[in-house]
Design a protein around this ligand. Structure first.
Ligand SMILES: Nc1ncnc2c1ncn2[C@@H]1O[C@H](COP(=O)(O)OP(=O)(O)OP(=O)(O)O)[C@@H](O)[C@H]1O
Ligand SMILES: [Mg+2]
Length: 441
């Protein structure tokens, strides 16, 4: 069956150009001159793609994007905007358009865009070898929904979250569930490249263009052509590199060191950092214009302590994986050990949990992990006599001490809450309140 596209534009010339180009790509087309006609077509037929102009005689293309988002959420829609109106294009992406084109329409770009929209339909969102993003807590369910939606878009996404929360995993899933899945996912740790090599790493170089350039090197942008470039720890990019990166993003082209001309590249950008990027902008360490370009859509990955109900699930999966790797039976956490995990703050999030379990899995006896095998040391109490460093967050620091004291007295009273409360000089009610507040079950 032929795939069908809806073209919405009030200019006959543009409609005709789009109709001819899409027909050559074996697509059936329907054309509408305004919002009302577009809505009629949408109600009447099923479409695989919609291209709409931004300014329409009876409304804005944004209205159409929003309507499609609500009523036909699986229909990819791209926005055509006047040259230079990047703000509008960004608004369209935020509203749910999967990509945009600027006028005058570049036919190569148009074909690329149509191709990737149609691949959306061809590739169902299952990549068997991908690890799963586990978690049943409401914020994790919402996150999985957002990932599925953003995978269909071409918009740049800024993934924020503390270290070890799963930002890279999220980036990989966005790539793997989208139309670029068959092309490369290229992760780059912006904090790990020496600044003098950065330009060559990103944009490549020609053999002999500087001492040490022994071979031609394509660079990361070209390696990610047709795929996704994941700028990890993007806050660590030095300012001069930020300028060059912005330029490459704007031009959708790169010039290698020693290269004669710019080469067009088609990459989707995802970025992440555990730092507060808006704060870095305010402090003058990150360029506002680049921030604005990268942060079209922000995805926040919640820290583990905001979803303690997922700790048991994550721990179980991790222990199963460790057992499979060592061909032994999965170790089990004792109820006390699990409770300790659920009461812990996890500054290093899921990665810290994994490391902790890996150590405990190696050390434990008889496939049983006791609370002591976890080696959870809560600073403050464990070294009560030692001089303490000034905490960087007093509330969290006090909470940590409170949790430690409560867990300790619970353990000493074999989890008898009344007895534990008595030891600490608390009423039972106050104890219950604190357990709830600290998320200790
Ligand atoms: N929800 C989750 N389900 C399963 N595994 C997870 C989840 N979140 C994180 N992980 C695992 O935790 C580890 C850390 O994840 P990842 O590297 O994506 O974190 P990150 O946010 O990029 O950390 P950093 O800021 O330190 O780079 C990985 O092994 C990843 O597979
Ligand atoms: Mg990471």
């Amino acid at each position: 069956m032929l795939q069908r596209a809806l073209i919405v534009d009030d200019e006959p010339d543009i409609r005709e150009l789009l109709e001819i180009t899409l027909a050559r790509m074996q697509l059936e087309t329907r054309s509408a001159r305004n919002l009302a006609e577009a809505c009629e077509w949408l109600a009447r037929e099923r479409f695989d793609l919609c291209l709409t102009d931004m300014r329409l005689p009876d409304g804005s293309g944004l209205d159409l994007v929003q309507r499609i988002q609500q009523q036909y959420p699986h229909l990819p829609v791209a926005m055509i905007t006047a040259y230079g109106s990047l703000d509008l294009a960004i608004n369209a992406l935020k509203a749910g358009a999967f990509d945009f084109l600027t006028k005058p329409v570049d036919l190569a770009r148009l074909r690329e865009l149509v191709g990737s929209a149609l691949r959306l339909h061809a590739s169902p969102s299952s990549a068997p070898q991908m690890p799963r993003l586990l978690g049943e807590a409401p914020p994790m369910q919402a996150l999985r929904g957002q990932i599925a939606k953003l995978a269909r878009s071409q918009a740049p996404v800024y993934i924020s979250g503390e270290s070890g929360t799963g930002k890279e995993l999220v980036a990989r899933l966005i790539h793997a569930q989208g139309p670029r899945a068959a092309a490369a996912f290229v992760p780059v740790n912006c904090g790990a490249i020496p600044s003098e090599l950065m330009e060559s790493e990103f944009f490549g170089h020609r053999k002999g263009s500087f001492t040490g350039a022994l071979e031609d090197k394509p660079g990361l942008f070209r390696a990610a052509d047709g795929g996704t470039l994941f700028l990890d720890e993007v806050a660590d990019l030095p300012l001069p590199m930020q300028v060059k990166l912005l330029r490459a993003i704007q031009e959708k082209a790169v010039r290698s060191i020693g290269g004669q001309q710019e080469v067009a590249v088609d990459v989707r950008l995802l970025c992440a950092t555990h730092k507060d990027l808006a704060g870095e902008v305010a402090a003058g360490r990150f360029r506002q214009d680049l921030y604005y370009r990268l942060n079209v859509i922000e995805l926040r990955v919640p820290p583990l302590r905001e979803r303690r109900e997922d700790i048991a699930l994550l721990a179980e999966h991790c222990l199963q994986r460790l057992a499979a790797a060592s061909t032994s039976a999965p170790a089990r956490l004792t109820p006390e050990a699990l409770a300790r995990l659920q009461g812990y703050r996890f500054p290093g999030n899921v990665r810290e949990l994994e490391n902790m379990l890996e150590r405990a899995h190696t050390l434990c006896e008889g496939a049983r992990i006791e609370a002591a095998d976890l080696r959870l040391e809560e600073p403050g109490v464990a070294c009560a006599g030692a001089p303490l460093a000034t905490p960087d967050n007093l509330e969290e620091y006090l909470e940590r001490i409170e949790r430690q004291a409560i867990l300790q007295s619970l353990e000493e009273t074999r989890w008898n809450r009344t007895a534990a409360a008595q030891r600490l000089g608390l009423s039972f009610r106050s104890m219950r309140y604190r357990l709830k507040k600290l998320g200790i079950d």
